[in-house]
Design a protein around this ligand. Structure first.
Ligand code: FEO
Length: 413
């Protein structure tokens, strides 16, 4: 593998991972993921973000390093912005290969360097405003951005090139498709990146949206020419585009979403499913965009992406053993955990001997700031009156969703 030059003395040496493994052990990544790692060369040599030993990533990293050329044993600093093992799994081995290198992390990061890798020596802690001079004009400044994505996270800013190594912030799922840069991304790849970035945000970052907005505010006075995250594209053409995208994503669980509806349904014997066409007819009558998912057939990772951005949410689920259908209960638990709040919501579903799904729904929707229409719950197969009620309520939900103005629009890049 060849390193990719980003600016004078700065190189990308990451790995594009194609795997059937789940990201974080939960999330499918059928389009892969990039683990971005960077070398910065002054008189001293720093590596920023590592990889984990996953699908050959560590081998790719070492080969890319050689192509610069940098000899691994000459590395002076290992800068760990964030300790999650997708970026630090290789720390233990790299520490052996570069025995003189000093590990740089926040104090909380240093605790995890010890906790994950049992490394205590040659670890230096930094805090917001601290600097590190590499010589030959390369100088870093560090800034803590707690909870984007873990409490120990920081960013590293290289002053001469105005490059922000932003860790998970501004990242995405997806492998690079021919170029690592935003300004070399063909138009027909942009929907791919939007989808992979939004799903990554909804799966990984959504819960920390308040911290994302705080971090963006804290960094607003720093002049940035290039954003180099630990996943996804390197933004050197229009870094402001990805900042604006992240502001839009962070607002999706504040009080803003797109005027669209996501319908998620599950059915055991077709009775709850029999309502679906009435629900969709109601939405279609108002011409509102809709995404439809079925549980457990569709993976929650993909459902989260569309639920997250949609102002409207319709949940259809039967009762199963006095409770909500388990795959729907799991999904709603994730929506709560990821704080997918401020939605207009309709609930429907069938039961046999007793209800129970609605009781779980009431509990799981508590404190979600959802504006919930009258539920449509019925025994067995929905009568034509019930189906008409579902259609009318779905149309009402669609009318409410249509009134939401689009506040934050993307710029092209
Ligand atoms: Fe890509 Fe939170 O690690």
């Amino acid at each position: 593998m060849q390193a990719v030059k980003i600016a004078d003395g700065i190189y990308w040496i990451g790995a594009n991972i194609h795997t059937e493994d789940l990201f974080e052990g939960i999330w499918p990544i059928p389009k892969g993921v990039a683990l971005n790692s960077y070398i910065v060369k002054g008189d001293k040599i720093a590596i920023i973000e590592l990889v984990r030993e996953w699908a050959g990533a560590h081998h790719i990293l070492l080969e890319s390093m050689k192509s610069i050329p940098v000899d691994v044993k000459d590395i002076d600093y290992i800068i760990l912005n964030h300790l999650e093992p997708d970026h630090t799994g290789f720390t233990y081995m790299l520490h052996k290969l570069a025995p003189n290198a000093e590990i740089i992390a926040t104090p909380k990061g240093a605790e995890l360097v010890d906790g994950f890798y049992e490394i205590k020596n040659n670890v230096k802690t930094v805090k917001t405003g601290d600097t590190l001079d590499l010589g030959r004009g390369k100088e870093f400044m560090f800034a803590e951005i707690p909870n984007v994505h873990w409490p120990e996270t920081m960013v590293t800013y290289e002053k001469s090139t105005k490059t922000l190594f932003s860790s998970d912030a501004f990242g995405a799922y997806g492998v690079h498709k021919g170029s690592i840069f935003d300004d070399e991304t063909p138009d027909d790849h942009k929907p791919y990146w939007e989808e992979e970035m939004l799903r990554y945000y909804a799966n990984i970052v959504a819960m920390f949206s308040t911290s994302v907005l705080k971090a963006i505010d804290a960094l607003k006075d720093i002049e940035i020419k290039t954003i180099a995250p630990s996943h996804g594209l390197v933004w050197r053409g229009k870094p402001e585009v990805v900042v604006k995208k992240y502001i839009r994503y962070a607002n999706y669980n504040q009080d803003y979403a797109e005027p669209e509806i996501c319908v998620v349904w599950g059915s055991m014997y077709g009775n709850t499913g029999a309502m679906l066409s009435s629900i969709l007819k109601g939405i279609a009558s108002e011409n509102v965009p809709v995404k439809i998912y079925r549980v457990p057939n569709d993976d929650p990772s993909f459902i989260l992406g569309d639920v997250y951005k949609s102002a409207g949410l319709i949940i259809g689920t039967p009762t199963y053993e006095y409770e909500m259908f388990p795959p729907m209960k799991y999904l709603l638990d994730l929506l709560k955990k990821k704080r997918m709040r401020f939605k207009k919501v309709l609930f429907f579903g069938s039961y046999g001997w007793s209800g129970g799904a609605q009781k779980d729904f009431d509990e799981l929707s508590n404190n979600m700031k959802w504006d919930i229409l009258e539920p449509v719950v019925f025994r067995g197969y929905p009568t034509s009156e019930i189906q008409k009620k579902g259609e009318d309520l779905a149309a009402e939900l669609a009318r409410q969703v249509k009134e939401i103005p689009t506040k934050i629009k993307d710029e092209d890049y």
